[in-house]
Write a protein that binds this ligand. Structure first.
Ligand SMILES: Cc1cc2nc3c(=O)[nH]c(=O)nc-3n(C[C@H](O)[C@H](O)[C@H](O)COP(=O)(O)OP(=O)(O)OC[C@H]3O[C@@H](n4cnc5c(N)ncnc54)[C@H](O)[C@@H]3O)c2cc1C
Length: 448
């Protein structure tokens, strides 16, 4: 008899965790496991700012899926549509070829992409921080600005190249600004022709406070630490327009710059819209058991899904964090196996453990289990948390060794140049326009 086909889309925090546990829970004769994934690694996103800053090598945060998953079949490509009636996932392989991947149980864990708004110039010029390639690109780009500023004849060009604007005062934007600011401060010592006081970092957010996830006190502490390092804040402010050489803020100021880093939130993978089921804030609505109502055999979790937050109550959905995605992966494995064996599905419930925010060096703020910490104790908690959360011993060792190497030998601030000349818009890195519409999906099956 053919084995039931379990297909997981996306090998991130939720997907990889789910499959690793399914491999243990189910015997090889019980189900065929398939993962559709554009990369053969799970990206440990919380340490991406360290990659951009050169504190960690890109390989340190790319956790091998083939080391983690021993008998799952990996299909190298991206799902671009799901036909829930035919129970088929349409995949564009990395070669461009389209293939149908049939399923009995489908698990959608395709994560999220950078959220953008209808701001003139934004999608053309903003740089994101969501993929490994973006982090590596950003590092090269920032170092290139220092290289070019050092030889600029025109003071206006020099000043613009030394001005960096980050939008988004959540943990991703704050950590990115903090880590890259440390990079430029340290690198400036290698440029005798550059006056380091000309380097400017601006952090812009439409909200009135920094790091709202951590509460007023820690947000203010983080601001204090970064202000001491020269970072300028524009809160209650957004971006009105972006051009190749400037950013206009909503308060009317025009900041000449060649660097706009955009980290103003995330949007669920566009894949969720190919299902024609209910969404909430753009995320696929699920039950507390992580099933998608109205379609048979489909589960979803992580950033792509709107999962009821039973611990918070009041109709809340779980925030898009690695902490929830990984634990939802565990719950998915239980429920998918239960569905196969006719067992009971369990609701997902997890009380938030708090957040850690690494601002580089001895600067950090964190709130483990509600306890507010800042400075060295917060940094110890942040680094300890990441080491424990990395999914393999190899990845933990690689990160620890790289941190130690960076702390002792420092950085050489070299540009790799691997991605020089490539189109660098958000959609070029995140491939947000590769999906089928529901009409295209319908047509595809009518034609067959
Ligand atoms: C800079 C940064 C810092 C962060 N720091 C923290 C932190 O400190 N703490 C915290 O809890 N969270 C943090 N987060 C958020 C956290 O990383 C996400 O919430 C988490 O990764 C979500 O897990 P996921 O499994 O839903 O998606 P992901 O881990 O993003 O995995 C999704 C996977 O799906 C793949 N995929 C995408 N589209 C397709 C497709 N069409 N077909 C097949 N595969 C696809 C992707 O390649 C990826 O491998 C941070 C995020 C960023 C960007």
């Amino acid at each position: 008899m053919a084995r039931p086909k379990i297909v997981v889309v996306g090998g991130g925090f939720a997907g990889a965790e789910c499959l690793q546990r399914l491999e243990r829970k189910l015997g090889p004769a019980e189900a065929e496991l398939t993962l559709v994934t554009p990369t053969d690694y799970q990206l440990y996103l919380p340490l991406l700012p360290h990659v951009a800053a050169g504190v960690l090598t890109p390989q340190s945060v790319a956790v091998s899926l083939r080391r983690r998953l021993r008998r799952t079949r990996l299909v190298p490509g991206a799902a671009i549509g799901v036909d829930t009636a035919a129970k088929v996932c349409i995949v564009r392989k990395t070669t461009g070829e389209l293939v149908d991947v049939p399923y009995d149980q489908l698990v959608l864990t395709a994560g999220s992409t950078t959220r953008t708004f209808d701001i003139p110039g934004l999608t053309e010029y903003a740089l994101g921080m969501k993929t490994l390639a973006q982090a590596a690109y950003l590092r090269d780009h920032v170092i290139a600005q220092l290289d070019l500023a050092a030889v600029a004849e025109d003071p206006a060009e020099r000043d613009a190249r030394l001005r960096f604007v980050v939008v988004g005062g959540g943990y991703a934007g704050t950590e990115t600004a903090a880590c890259l600011q440390r990079l430029t401060t340290a690198a400036a010592k290698r440029y005798p022709r550059l006056d380091p006081s000309l380097i400017e970092w601006h952090l812009v957010d439409v909200a009135p406070k920094l790091l709202p996830e951590l509460g007023e006190n820690l947000g203010a502490k983080a601001m204090q630490m970064l202000r001491r390092r020269g970072v300028e804040f524009s809160l209650n402010t957004s971006v009105a327009a972006v051009e190749a050489d400037s950013v206009t803020l909503t308060d009317g100021r025009v900041l000449p710059t060649r660097t706009l880093i955009w980290t103003a939130g995330v949007a669920a993978s566009p894949l969720v819209h190919t299902l024609s089921t209910e969404t909430m804030r753009g995320r696929l609505v699920t039950t507390a058991e992580l099933t998608v109502p109205g379609v048979e055999g489909v589960f979803a979790a992580g950033d792509a899904a709107a999962v009821p937050d039973l611990a918070a109550g009041g109709g809340a959905i779980t925030p898009p964090t690695a902490q929830h995605a990984q634990r939802q992966g565990k719950a998915l494995a239980h429920n998918v196996a239960a569905r196969l064996r006719g067992g009971l599905l369990r609701p997902y419930r997890h009380r938030d453990l708090g957040l850690v925010v690494d601002l580089g060096g001895k600067d950090a703020v964190s709130k483990p289990l509600g306890v507010e910490l800042s400075g060295v104790p917060a940094q110890a908690v942040a680094r300890g948390y990441h080491v424990m959360a990395l999914p393999t011993v190899t990845a933990r060792t690689r990160v620890l060794v790289n941190w130690a190497l960076n702390a002792t030998a420092g950085d050489d601030f070299v540009r790799t140049g691997f991605q020089a000349g490539r189109p660098a818009r958000l959609q070029d890195f995140e491939e947000t326009n590769a999906f089928l519409t529901s009409e295209e999906l319908k047509q595809r099956y009518e034609e067959e």
